[in-house]
Write a protein that binds this ligand. Sequence first.
Ligand code: TMP
Length: 206
Amino acid sequence: MTGLFITFEGGDGSGKTTQAELLSQWLVHAGHTVVRSREPGGTELGLELREIVLHRRGHIAPRAEALIYAADRAHNIATKVRPAVERGDIVIQDRYLDSSVAYQGAGRVLDPIEVRDISLWAAEGFMPDLTILLDLDESIGRERLDEARSKYDRLEAEESEFHSRVRGAFLRLADEDPQRFLVLPATDSIERIAEAIRSRVGSLLD
Ligand code: TMP
């Protein structure tokens, strides 16, 4: 029996982690084995890479940045996600290759298709069964982050035009692959969003 690989995507402050937690609890309650992961930083090596890519001071060349995310992804998929799915577990992960296409492709320096191809190579083509996109206007995401904390990582510190391009890129990815994506407005109540997610995941489990 193979399990499921479910990813959450969306801008910073869209509520991905809250929803991933609620979905995990619901699935565990129903008797499933759930593995939680995130990118960057789902593994021990990944935590070191996360520190570098998000918090290292000074410039990182765009191609180097894209490759650090891809290295984190390669290790996370090979050592954690794929083995779990092959055991029959349900993997719920914050962010995956759509984040690379949206963020690294949004700076106008790298070609989004090349970014995607590097990730596909890194992950040996391993794709999610379902990707939940929590869509949020970037100015609301920024307000939520301002309320939550005062220190931003490298990407959170980018200006609002960048985050608006990221949002547009996520929506385009969802448009191109409606089978894989469930797009939900992140401004809905936590309970309403959780219910819509449970309904879709439930249909995958039938
Ligand atoms: P997080 O705080 O949601 O874990 O995400 C960390 C940041 O990393 C977030 O601003 C988006 C960014 N990111 C990329 O730029 N490319 C990627 O491939 C991934 C996975 C995250």
